[in-house]
Write a protein that binds this ligand. Structure first.
Ligand code: 0X9
Ligand code: CA
Ligand code: ZN
Length: 449
């Protein structure tokens, strides 16, 4: 572990604070109501990180080495990247010889203003749904469309919030023998646009069933699972003070450390921690957790996916995990720079790339293998494909750069940037009965079923 400089008094106080918090937090996981999120700054160990433009890091290998300082890499360009880093991480990046330029902090309204807006999105962002608002919207849709939409609580977050699974299909209460498709959202706390993406899909598929041909066909012949919020605790924490906290991880304390949270997208049980694509330091943005599936949210979703293995056959065929930002369509593997190899045949790769490029042509994102950016291990798409043989993509939504709002674009973009993915989502749904049709090999791969 990298040595970190910290005030002794602060550390002791924070340790006491986290001890005091540990008991109630554990109790909540057992079923009592969710905790109020602690406001950023309330925990003395918490320091809001900033974004920096880092010049250089022109190869995936260089970016993987850069990520090893504990930063998250938010944008990748030919001659520069944008990272999120706290003070110690920024110093570590400088140590590697890079030049850093600090970018403006995300907007927020609370600075100097009264606490009336606290625990909700600030001005300019009120069109985003916080956790309660999203839940209400979903409950309203379930009540309105009970024949095609059903809701279940698949488990609880660390702080005890419900993790929801929404099923969309004709005859929704029956488990029919139809290809299933999974959409997951909001692993990373600050990526709020992804929850809006889930709400868009739920609204679109319910309201257009029976009137829109493509939507109707898909609900008639697929079973669609939408998991709108994998990290509700992190999301609520990110907006709790009225200023965005730039939070990424979940809100689970770490034993023996004052640093909170696991990067859920480094915690999945496939090649976990294998390859320098995650961190073992709880202070880091990409901390992989104490063990695979140590994040309760990852365990809940993994158990859910495993439960869709019926009679030895995984029912879920394809998936998209929504993130922001950079406008990318990514496919596995992330743990290796190799295009093919163990667990990825040439045909698998070709089908991934063909469908990925097809979706990207529709939403005007950039298609590539995820490790072309930098190596990541323990990510959801690697697990879905490597362990469950589900054709899984990662979408990085709007915008393409920090200058256009980065993780915090205004609510005025929500409608355009969610509906932008309508056609690509439908394309994936439509090919989900046989992904190898994309490369003309349905005879070889899709005879039965
Ligand atoms: O680092 C991540 O987890 C994703 N980027 S984000 O800015 N949303 O944090 C990219 C993951 C790319 N790797 C895989 N999809 N395996
Ligand atoms: Ca059905
Ligand atoms: Zn993300």
């Amino acid at each position: 572990m990298r040595p970190r400089i910290r005030g002794g008094r602060t550390t002791v106080l924070a340790a006491l604070l986290s001890l005091a918090l540990a008991a109630p937090l554990t109790a909540q996981a057992q079923g009592s109501p969710p905790a109020e999120p602690t406001a950023p700054g309330a925990s003395l160990a918490t320091e809001r990180p900033h974004q920096y433009e880092v010049t250089g890091a022109a190869t995936s290998a260089a970016r993987t080495a850069l990520a090893a300082t504990g930063v998250s890499i938010d944008e990748v360009h030919k001659r520069a990247v944008v990272v999120t880093a706290d003070r110690a991480q920024a110093a570590a990046v400088r140590q590697l010889g890079y030049t850093l330029r600090k970018l403006p902090d995300p907007p927020g309204s609370a600075k100097g203003s009264p606490s009336s807006r606290v625990k909700d999105f600030p001005e300019g962002y009120t069109g985003y749904h916080n956790y309660d608002e999203a839940t209400k919207e979903i409950d309203g849709l379930v009540a309105k469309y009970p024949d095609i939409l059903s809701k279940q609580v698949i488990g609880k977050s660390h702080e005890g919030r419900d993790i929801l699974g929404l099923k969309l299909s004709k005859n929704v209460t029956k488990d029919e023998n139809e290809p299933e498709v999974l959409f997951t959202h909001h692993q990373h706390a600050r990526e709020h646009l992804t929850v809006e993406m889930a709400l868009y899909l739920l609204n679109e598929f319910t309201s257009k069933y029976g009137s829109d041909d493509r939507v109707t066909k898909m609900l008639d012949s697929r079973e669609i699972w939408i998991l709108p919020d994998l990290n509700p605790d992190g999301g609520e924490y990110d907006i709790a003070s009225g200023d965005f906290a730039m939070w990424r991880k979940n809100r689970q304390p770490n034993a023996g450390s004052n640093e909170v949270g696991t990067d859920l997208n480094r915690n999945w049980d496939f090649k976990w921690g294998c390859c320098g694509g995650s961190s073992d330091d709880p202070a880091d943005e990409t901390y992989r957790g104490a063990s695979a599936e140590s994040g309760p949210e990852v365990k809940v979703v993994s158990d859910f996916v495993r439960s869709r293995n019926v009679g030895g056959k995984q029912q879920i065929k394809t998936a998209i995990d929504f993130h922001t930002y950079s406008e990318l369509v990514l496919w596995p593997f992330g743990y290796t720079e190799a295009d093919t190899g163990e667990g990825m045949t040439q045909d698998d790769h070709d089908a991934f790339a063909t469908i990925g490029k097809d979706m990207a042509a529709s939403n005007n994102y950039t298609p590539e293998q995820s490790s072309d950016l930098y190596v990541t291990d323990g990510s959801i798409d690697d697990w879905l494909w490597g362990d469950q043989k589900i054709f899984a993509y990662t979408f990085e939504m709007f915008p393409s750069s920090a200058g256009e709002g980065g993780f915090y674009p205004r609510d005025s973009v929500i409608s355009k940037e969610t509906s932008r993915n309508r056609d690509s989502v439908l394309k994936l749904l439509e090919i989900s009965d046989c992904v190898y049709r994309s490369i003309g090999k349905e005879q070889e791969y899709c005879k039965e079923s």
